[in-house]
Design a protein around this ligand. Structure first.
Ligand SMILES: Nc1ncnc2c1ncn2[C@@H]1O[C@H](COP(=O)(O)OP(=O)(O)OP(=O)(O)O)[C@@H](O)[C@H]1O
Ligand SMILES: [Mg+2]
Length: 473
């Protein structure tokens, strides 16, 4: 190694050292700074001139460099708070001929801003990866038919009947329903019940595709359309779905620019690949779905009205679970059968009390939430019957609800109690409600914060901040 260093001209050493670690400091055995680089100084809010030859403790807050030169023990990946940022510090004693002569310190994972910058760089890649992952998962999913759509309530049967009836024609379908109501299942069933059943069913999630990929994903691209484009070009989903159905999931999340392009394709029934000249004729039946209020989006200028009209030829509104509570036991049984298979279990049922609780709950996450609750219950269950104790807390705590009701009655009957208890600062009540909503949403999504934020229709960052505020792990 020595030999290698010798070959590098001496004047280069400093630069190389600086390039190897972003923030670096070298102290002598008395803890006096012999070398510190500009990046570190900048971060500390000082300059090299001011820092050099000073005791390290006076320059770097919370440092342990002066201790490392005494103990001779290296300290790796130590958390080092500087300037309100949690940094990761590595500290190495420098040993020459068996003697400690000083120490070298580096600081990694710098300020949150820099971390964010890094993150935004890899964000693109992460998004792409996530998109392809869900795509593969989707492709592996089974085919659904109308008989997989469980429910006997009149609202649900009417919806199902309408969907069955319109399966055969070629008009665009718009599926509207809250999250987890079964929009995707309906889309599959409609396709599988149509003349196009043996032809491709292609699903595309407009919300999860990174915007910069959406166009080439839908319409394909020609050879050399952009750097990294596959040789020979690539078919878009419209071409792949030709003669079959294209399921545009979460259509309400499609960016406006893409909406215009989609509208053109729907009107002209032909696509142009990105970077391509010729038009390719496509015959595709569109099934679109969203949990958003498209009319409101149109009003707010976030969704093109002309596209809305074009998609809204047949509108199917899938009722939320709370509007068909009678179906809950039936759906639970069918879900239990499905989950049992996954866990190699058999004959699991619900106690009467659980059944009642499930029917009382409002199910903001609908069937998906119910599925998560049951899967969780099976996980914590030894026997065959699911009891209230196997339910997540937010479903178990029915007592709070009844307490609240009885107390409200008490308040109404006796105005003097109004001031004595239950009344607390509005801020506190709101905070409690907010915390409970976060917990409920997390319950629905099995602890998945990103999904929970989506359910609550708030940003991811704001969700994380609130979790921190209420100490929700
Ligand atoms: N009628 C039904 N009977 C039985 N299971 C159902 C029914 N509807 C939906 N499910 C199940 O509920 C889960 C959610 O359904 P699906 O993915 O179709 O909902 P979604 O409306 O597309 O939700 P999101 O808006 O969140 O994408 C799936 O696991 C599905 O198998
Ligand atoms: Mg869906």
């Amino acid at each position: 190694m020595d030999q290698g260093m010798d070959e590098i001209p001496y004047q280069w050493h400093k630069q190389i050292i600086n390039l190897l670690a972003e923030r670096i400091v070298v102290v002598n055995r008395d803890g006096i700074i012999l070398h510190i680089n500009e990046a570190y100084c900048e971060f500390l809010g000082t300059t090299i001139e001011k820092a050099l030859q000073r005791p390290v403790q006076e320059v770097i807050e919370n440092t342990r460099m002066h201790i490392v030169v005494k103990t001779g023990q290296k300290e790796l990946a130590a958390i080092h708070p500087i300037n309100g940022s949690e940094m990761i510090a590595n500290r190495y004693p420098l040993v020459v001929e068996g003697e400690i002569v000083g120490a070298l310190g580096t600081v990694m994972f710098r300020s949150p801003e820099e971390w964010r910058m890094y993150k935004s760089k890899i964000q693109h890649l992460v998004e792409e990866l996530k998109y392809y992952k869900t795509k593969v998962e989707k492709d592996l999913k089974g085919k659904y038919h109308f008989n997989h759509l469980i429910g006997k309530s009149s609202t649900f049967l009417a919806t199902k009947k309408l969907a069955e009836r319109i399966s055969g024609n070629n008009s665009s379908v718009l599926l509207i329903g809250e999250s987890g109501t079964g929009k995707e299942l309906f889309a599959h069933a409609i396709h599988n019940h149509s003349m196009r059943a043996s032809l491709p069913f292609v699903a595309i999630n407009c919300a999860s595709i990174p915007e910069h990929l959406l166009e080439s994903e839908l319409f394909g691209y020609e050879d050399g359309a952009f750097t990294g484009a596959k040789k020979g070009g690539k078919k878009g989903q419209f071409e792949i779905a030709n003669n079959g159905s294209l399921f545009l999931d979460e259509i309400g999340d499609m960016p406006l620019t893409m909406q215009s392009k989609l509208l053109r394709v729907l009107q002209e029934k032909e696509v142009q690949r990105v970077g391509g000249q010729k038009s390719i004729a496509v015959d595709v039946r569109i099934i679109a779905a969203t949990h958003r209020d498209l009319e409101k989006l149109v009003e707010d200028g976030k969704f093109r009205q002309d596209l809305y009209y074009r998609l809204n030829v047949i509108k199917i509104e899938i009722p939320p679970l709370r509007k068909r509570t009678d179906d809950i036991p039936l759906i639970s049984i069918s879900l239990l059968k499905k989950i049992e298979k996954k866990f190699f279990r058999k004959g699991i049922g619900l106690s009467a009390e659980v059944k009642e609780r499930l029917m009382q709950h409002s199910w903001p996450g609908n069937i998906r939430e119910l599925e998560n609750v049951l899967e969780r219950a099976i996980n914590v269950l030894d026997g065959k019957t699911i009891e209230p104790a196997h339910l997540p807390l937010y479903l178990r705590d029915q007592e709070t609800k009844s307490n609240y009701v009885s107390e409200t009655i008490a308040i109404n009957n006796n105005p003097t109690t109004l001031t004595s208890h239950r009344i607390q600062p509005l801020k506190e009540t709101l905070a409690q409600v907010e915390k409970q909503s976060l917990l409920n949403a997390l319950g629905v999504t099995n602890g998945n914060k990103q999904e929970a934020a989506k359910l609550l229709e708030i940003g991811k960052t704001s969700f994380y901040e609130k979790c921190k505020l209420y100490d929700i792990k």
